[in-house]
Every structure is written in C-alpha cells, then in structure tokens.
Design a protein around this ligand. Sequence first.
Ligand code: NDP
Ligand code: 2IT
Length: 448
Amino acid sequence: MALKNQYLIDLLETVKKRNAGEPEFIQAVTEVFESLQPVVDKRPDLVEAGVFERIVEPERQIMFRVPWVDDNGKVQVNRGFRVQFNSAIGPYKGGIRLHPSVYLGIIKFLGFEQIFKNSLTTLPMGGGKGGSDFDPKGKSDGEVMRFCQSFMTELSKHIGADCDVPAGDIGTGGREIGYMFGQYKRLRNEFTGVLTGKGLTYGGSLTRTEATGYGLCYFTNEMLQANGSSFEGKTVVISGSGNVAIYATEKAQSYGAKVVALSDSNGYIYDADGIKLDIVKEIKEVKRGRIKEYVDAVPTATYTEGCKGIWTIPCDIALPCATQNEIDKESAEILVKNGCKVVSEGANMPSTPEAIETYLANGILYGPAKAANAGGVATSGLEMSQNSERLSWTFEEVDAKLHGIMKSIFKACDDAAKEYGMEGNYMAGANIAGFLKVAEAMKAQGCV
Ligand code: NDP
Ligand code: 2IT
C-alpha cells in the first residue's frame, strides 16, 4: 500500500530527516502511516490537534552507560536505553531487549509499535521500550546479575509502578527480571509492581510465561475461524525457540496442529513427526542450550545451519517468533509457492514491507504483530492489576482473561478494517483501531 496522502508524505519526510540512520523505526512509522491514510481524511480534528506530529516523537529518550565487571575482573561497558514513547492512555509499558544488535533505532521501533499494541489490549498502558547491546549468551549467572544490577541502578531513576513498567523481551527472561527487581527494591526501598514477568514467589502472574505464545494462537485461531478454517490437522512452522516460540508450539499442538520446525539464530530443526516440546523445553529452559541439540535426542529429526532456510519448509501456517525482518520477499514468495495460507506474527515486525505485500497480493491471512503478539503485554497488564490489589489470580482465571482479550483484539481489527473499507486487512485494522484510542486521549489532554 503506497503512501498517497500529501500530509503524511510530508510528515514522513520530517521523520526520516529527524531519525536518519534508524531504518527499523522509519519502517514501522511508514507502515502505520500507510494504514492511517483514510483516518486523515475522516478525522481532520486529529490533524488539527497535531496528533500525527506528536505521536511519532518519543516523549522522552534515556541513554546511559552500563559498566560492570566480568568474571575475569575486567571492566565491561554496555549502552542502556529506555524510550518512553507515549503515556496518553497509561504508564509507559514495554519490554527490555538484551541483544548485541540493540541500538536506539531498534528500541524506538519497538516503543512505537508498543503504543498501538498496548492500546489494542483494552488495558490502560502507554508505550515504551528499553534494552541494551549486552549479550546474555555465554555469560555466567554472576555476570548477568552484575550487568542487570548496573543497568537497573540507572534505570531505577526513571521508572516506577505508576510511571513506567518494563518487562521481558529477547534476552530478558525470568532470571534477568529477578535480578533487576531485586536491585530496584534495594535502591528504592519499595516492594512495588515496577516490573512484570516476575517470579511467582514475588508478585509474578501465572500464565505470563505462556502468554505471548498462547495469545498468538488464540488470535490466529480467531482469524482462522472467521475465515472458515482452524488449526486442526495443519502443518505449522515456527521460527525461534525462545519464550514466544515454545508456548506458541504448545498451544498450536493443543489445537491439533503439527509443528514441524523451530530455529535459533544459527539454524533450524525439522521433525516430520512433530516437535517433541518437552525435549525443547529441557534444552532451552533448563540447560540454556542450542536448538541443534534436539537431534541428539531425536535422531530422526534434522538440523540445518542458517536460520532463513526454515521458510522453505512447506507448511499451512507460519508463525515467525524470532526477530524483526526475518521474512523477506524471497522467503514470503517461497511460503506462498509451497501453499502456506496463514502468517501470524509472534515476533515484532518479523516481515519486511515487501513480504507483507506478497502476503496481501496472494490472499494469505495475515495476523500483524501488534495485534497477534499482544497477549504478552496484556498479561503484563493483568500482573499489574494483581500487584495493585495485592492478590494472585489462578492460572485459569488469567488464561480466560487473556483469551477474552485476544478475541476482542481480533474483533477490533476486523471491525476497523471493515469500517474503513479494507475488509480482511487486519494490519490496517490493527493500526487504525490501536491509533484511534490513543489519538482521542491525546486530543482530549491538549497539546502536551
Ligand atoms: P527469547 O530471547 O526468549 O528468544 C528469542 C529467539 O529468537 C531465540 O531462539 C533467538 O535465537 C531467536 N533470535 C533472536 N534474535 C535473532 C536474530 N537476530 N536472528 C535469528 N534468530 C534470532 O525472546 P522472545 O521469545 O521473548 O522474543 C521473540 C520475539 O517475540 C521478539 O521479536 C520479541 O520482541 C517478541 N515478543 C516477545 C514478547 C514476550 O513477552 N517475550 C511479547 C511480544 C513480542 P538465539 O538464541 O540464537 O539468539
Ligand atoms: O513486545 C512486547 O510486547 C513485549 N516484549 C512484552 C512487553 C510487556 O510489557 O510485557
């Protein structure tokens, strides 16, 4: 979908100039602007209120030095980030990514996406994101702890349960959240719900670990049902083998699908009989190992070096759950050629713009990230509610709420797409529905 609206074309030019050298951020803004063209025509009041100009500029961007001492006694320095993008509908909310590829542009694209995603959840959460170029892979627990404590020593000055509530993302799981929470509590002398994804013994919510992957399948199931299909008997390829991929596999299997492949940044495994998830969990969650170790336990499965090849495996449903831009035009075309009918995104912005064009041109059912993977942050919102009332809900209670939220997100995307004349385009629907709630709040609160 090309950008034709002159007002948005001009504004995108300003965004490009102001954020030169941040292609992922510009990619995310471009996609949202393309979807919002009919909104500009229909809602001159939002243009008048300067909502579009304001929403593409973060409210606050924090960058800081993270010094820590490694196991050899050597000082290491990483760079820390927190982008507090938009607080119109609630405290800033979004994960912390720890990966060597992290720089400001990655955090800004993620923070920008988070605004609309959080709005779609129906819960009162603004958009933010943080992270560091620290690589937890291959580090000892002690090194990870010292990094997390140093990171939080600075971050603690800028966050709080009613101000900004970080959580996990790539490289940040329960271990890292635990170390960060402990340091925040020590520095501030406060036991509050300042982070989500906490351990169950200190304020965490049941179902948060499963939430993004389960939510992805709940959303995808709604999309399938609305189009007369289901997971039952389908062949599914899932990229990644982290938190999102593992629990997407679990839920897809429980819906009667056969998941045949998983990956990491080194390569992918293929198991024609269906992935044995208990083996994957043992490798990834207990041993912090690599996905190739799967073939040691299952000799009939194969391992192939290089992660991109996973999209050449024929499937009915593809669930990218690793990282941004992991499906390009070439991979999208191979998926189509091999008969894939559904792409639903667990990762943030895993499809390039050309890949998305390929899906839409070929009638693929496409579940966009900011809707399809919103179950994680939605359950973070439920963790915040439980922390506020100092109660813990049961797994079933949280799971039922998550399921209800994912159904309502699908309906919001479907309805908005229909209302704006783009039936079946859930990407446009997600962008429009997510945007409108935040835009109304920004207009109501005046020029801030
Ligand atoms: P994890 O760190 O648990 O797992 C990440 C997985 O993706 C690993 O298998 C990793 O492989 C792979 N991966 C990461 N970077 C790359 C890369 N550059 N190229 C190829 N593979 C890569 O992270 P999550 O499962 O939590 O996150 C996965 C995606 O889901 C991310 O896009 C994240 O933003 C998104 N997401 C996460 C949510 C959550 O609640 N955790 C919520 C919503 C979205 P390797 O081990 O080799 O690095
Ligand atoms: O991308 C995401 O939505 C997340 N990493 C989860 C954020 C959160 O606050 O739970």
